[in-house]
Ligand binder design. Structure first.
Ligand code: MEV
Length: 440
């Protein structure tokens, strides 16, 4: 068994590679060669990546694809997507093209409120705590002025601080529940710095609040941290068109297609097993753009799924209906995104992705990302309720297998034709490929 290592972080990059290759892989020479093949030959760029995280040994590539032809509020976008899953970019592009001829996507930001909390324990009379909070609230804000000054100049800052009594659910537990406007920044550092300052002031002032007993003065701050649940940092994206225009999928009539789409959404609204997969498809689009634009997809995932269960049942993020022969399909998602700060100014690829998107504000990016999610959902449901999902997936699967086998472009063309009529399985592709090679 391998023994633990002391001081791994202090080793050089080469020493780290030596160690991991020797202790955790079968062939240390191959390991070293793979890891080094992914280094960037430009030293400056590699150093930048090395310094994003700790203990970097190499880079881990994801493809960056472009889904063009997105008409959003009458403006055309080509959306960069970083994702490894085949079919996602193709599906987004297909949905974009479909809606391009039908008025495009309409979007609206419904709110931009971010949340942070100071969690604390207080043992004593709740009325006295309320009185203390009232007396200290303005000082909480003024003591944080050195953090909020610049943000306020630009129109953002602390919006509200409320005291929340949670002691019914957890003995002695209370919160300072705080709302912020962080404009184009995702705002994590800003919010967390404000919260830590609130906590300091709150604890200090409690110690000299005359009405408190000694026990009451001794407020215990448990933690101060932003929340990734942002139900009021919300964006809506929508498409709609007369039913008779839903003809692109010729495999079934437009009316039947519309009805089936609505039914598919209705199922995801009441059935959590389906809703999770339905929303996963939406996140295929959302995460890919969030990642390409240097935002934190874990934060987005956590917040979105919490929102999907906000009424006590995990449900669909998208909605659909038919009214007066108009098919309408829309989504509402919470997206706390930034287009300044963090990776956005550091990562050359992120900068480029934002440039491709016409250098959006955070609000504009929220709308673009919501559209990517809705488009993905439209494409997935369109396939599911007509041909089934495997047809498209198998085309991509076929190409992946052929690439693995080292097929030439000519061979790919022949086998693509062949598998239009035959079922794609790994062994069937290998067999057909070998047969073709022998025939040549
Ligand atoms: C696969 O990545 C996503 C889908 O499963 C989404 C869905 O079922 O709606 C196709």
């Amino acid at each position: 068994m391998t023994s633990p290592i002391e001081g791994f972080s202090k080793l050089t990059k080469n020493e780290k590679i030596e160690w991991i290759a020797e202790h955790y892989t079968d062939n240390s020479k191959t390991t070293k060669s793979i890891l080094k093949r992914y280094w960037n030959s430009e030293n400056k760029l590699q150093k930048l990546h090395d310094e994003f995280i700790e203990n970097t040994i190499t880079n881990f590539y994801l493809p960056l694809g472009i889904a063009p032809n997105f008409l959003i509020n009458d403006k055309l976008y080509a959306i960069p997507m970083a994702i490894e899953e085949s079919s996602v970019v193709a599906a987004a592009s297909k949905a974009a093209k479909f809606w391009l001829d039908r008025g495009g996507f309409k979007t609206k930001v419904l709110g931009t409120q971010k949340i942070g909390q100071v969690h604390f324990m207080y043992v004593g009379d709740t009325e006295k705590l309320i009185a203390f909070f009232k007396s200290v609230k303005s000082k909480l804000i003024s003591d944080a002025a050195h953090i909020t000054k610049n943000m306020e100049k630009r129109g953002g800052g602390i919006k509200e601080i409320t005291l929340r009594d949670k002691s019914n659910q957890l003995k002695n537990y209370f919160q300072l529940h705080c709302t912020f406007e962080t404009l184009d920044a995702m705002g994590a550092n800003f919010i967390n710095s404000c919260l830590e300052q609130f906590a300091k002031t709150f604890k200090k002032e409690a110690q000299i609040f005359a009405v408190f007993t000694e026990t009451e003065k001794d407020i215990e701050i448990v933690m101060s941290i932003l929340s990734n649940y942002v139900p009021n940092c919300l964006v809506r994206a929508e498409v709609s068109c007369p039913i008779h225009r839903l003809t692109a999928n010729a495999s079934i009539p437009a009316r039947e297609f519309a009805d089936k789409m609505v039914r598919a959404v209705n199922i995801a609204q009441i059935e959590p097993f389906r809703a999770v997969t339905h929303n996963k498809g939406i996140m295929n689009g959302i995460d890919a753009v969030v990642l390409a634009t240097g935002n934190d997809f874990r934060a987005i995932e956590a917040g979105v799924h919490a929102y999907a269960s906000k009424d006590g049942l995990y449900t669909s993020l998208s909605h659909a209906n038919i009214e007066n022969d108009i098919f309408k399909f829309w989504i509402e998602v919470p997206l706390a995104l930034g287009t300044v700060g963090g990776l956005t100014s550091l990562h050359p690829m992120v900068k480029l992705a934002l440039e491709i998107l016409h250098k959006p504000s955070a609000k504009e990016l929220m709308q673009i990302v919501a559209v990517a999610g809705l488009a993905q959902n439209f494409a997935a449901l369109s396939s599911l309720v007509t041909t089934g999902i495997q047809e498209g997936h198998m085309k991509m699967h076929l190409m992946n297998i052929l690439n693995q086998l080292g097929a030439t472009n000519e061979e790919k063309q022949v086998l693509k034709q062949y598998f239009k009529k035959n079922t794609v399985t790994h062994s069937a592709v290998v067999e057909a490929f070998e047969k073709l090679r022998k025939e040549q």
